[in-house]
Design a binder for this molecule. Structure first.
Ligand code: PMP
Ligand code: GLN
Length: 379
């Protein structure tokens, strides 16, 4: 196979979910909810199939969804976009990230990514022929060191690939951190690709989009997705917003990756984006309670818990329980306790920084989280 596949192997999520099924373990590895999104959304897709939304939709997405995305950006962030030229619907955020990297990265260009990083970033950068340059968010606070970010920039740097709220740490970048990122991007004329799929899953603090900062509109590729906000991770409806030039560039790549995305899901997601604040508030409150249940329980078991401000994930340091290597720990966990979790190490170039850290997904029913905690007493 081609060199660009070297080191990519099988994604950790596929590996760990297969292990969970094979061992009958409680799966707190891959981040997907065990309850589907709102009935109105599910019924919307069924109705759309029955109504004949089964052929290629427009390449940039159906007008109703592009308008709903625009309305959402206005309603939550006061950002104004033109639905015809500034929005692109994609096959999940994953495709948006890959297409954005293909659109902006020349072979040999450097892409600075916050480490630990979501695993598709490494693949997307490799496919574009870029070089990945990590800037590490260090435990236990996972704050961004702006001096380190500044020091990572070279004449070859093309893109800052930012993710906030951040998977796997659950960090929400602060206003100061976001301002620092913007200043560096402006000073060095960099493109910023910002993955904001967890925008509505913030329990402490608030999410502010990078595109809302002065001077950023022209150079920012903003990415989100319906998967997390509406608990339909298998639908793979994502989107890009940005300047007309940005959206055209990303679409030039996207149109030859998949051409279009999920026809019957698009009208359903359009309706869901317009749900009232009560929907978004309840989503957040439910997940906050689950975060606290699992974080408190893991703490009682003796883990050092890094309680996240956002996302689906809690990170723990496993050293207080006498373990030192997260990969070994996660490989033994199904047999020892019947639970699956994800080792942080796979998200790092500087593997030492992630070695004793393990990620646990809490987007599961409370009784499932409780069962996992009961099983973990066997450790
Ligand atoms: N970015 C991050 C940070 C994620 O955690 C995920 C996981 N689902 C994605 C992107 C992918 O989103 P989608 O399923 O919409 O492709
Ligand atoms: N984003 C999910 C996670 O971090 C997994 C998505 C995937 O399986 N690629 O667990």
């Amino acid at each position: 196979h081609a060199e660009r596949l070297d080191g990519l192997g099988t994604t950790i999520f596929a590996e760990m979910s297969a292990l969970a099924v094979a061992t009958g373990s409680v799966n707190l590895g891959q981040g997907f909810p065990d309850q589907d999104g709102p009935d109105s959304l599910l019924e919307g897709a069924i109705a759309a199939i029955r109504a004949g939304a089964n052929q290629y939709p427009p390449g940039r997405g159906i007008p109703a969804l592009r308008q709903a995305i625009v309305d959402h950006q206005q309603r939550f962030y006061g950002l104004t976009y033109d639905p015809d030229t500034q929005v692109l619907v994609t096959t999940g955020a994953t495709e948006a990230i890959a297409a954005a990297l293909l659109a902006y990265v020349e072979p040999g260009d450097e892409v600075i990514a916050l480490e630990p990083y979501y695993d598709s970033y490494a693949a997307g950068i490799a496919f574009a022929g870029g070089r990945r340059i990590p800037v590490t968010l260090r435990a236990p606070s996972y704050r961004l060191d702006l001096d380190e970010l500044r020091a990572a920039v070279t004449p070859r740097t093309k893109v800052l690939l930012i993710n906030s709220p951040h998977n796997p740490t659950g960090t929400v970048l602060t206003d100061e951190e976001l301002r620092g990122i913007c200043a560096i991007a402006l000073e060095h004329d960099l493109v910023v690709i910002t993955d904001e799929v967890y925008e509505h899953l913030v329990y402490d603090g608030t999410h502010r989009p990078l595109a809302s900062y002065d001077g950023m509109a022209e150079r920012t590729v903003s990415i989100s997705s319906a998967g997390k906000t509406f608990a339909v991770t298998g639908w793979k409806i994502g989107w890009v917003t940005g300047s007309p030039e940005v959206v055209t560039a990303v679409n030039t790549a996207k149109q030859f990756l998949t051409y279009t995305s999920g026809a019957p899901f698009q009208p359903a997601v359009a309706d869901a984006l317009a749900l009232g604040n009560d929907y978004y508030d309840r989503l957040r409150a439910d997940l906050r309670a689950r975060r606290d249940l699992l974080a408190d329980g893991l703490g009682e078991l003796g883990f050092e818990v890094h309680r996240p401000a956002a996302t689906y994930f809690i990170t723990t340091d496993i050293r207080p329980l006498g373990y030192t290597d997260g990969i070994d720990f996660c490989r033994q966990l199904p047999e020892k306790a019947g639970v699956v979790a994800i080792p942080h190490q796979v998200f790092y170039d500087n593997v030492e920084a992630g070695k004793p850290l393990v990620r646990w997904a809490f987007c599961k029913r409370p009784e499932v989280l409780q069962e996992a905690l009961t099983r973990l007493q066997k450790l």
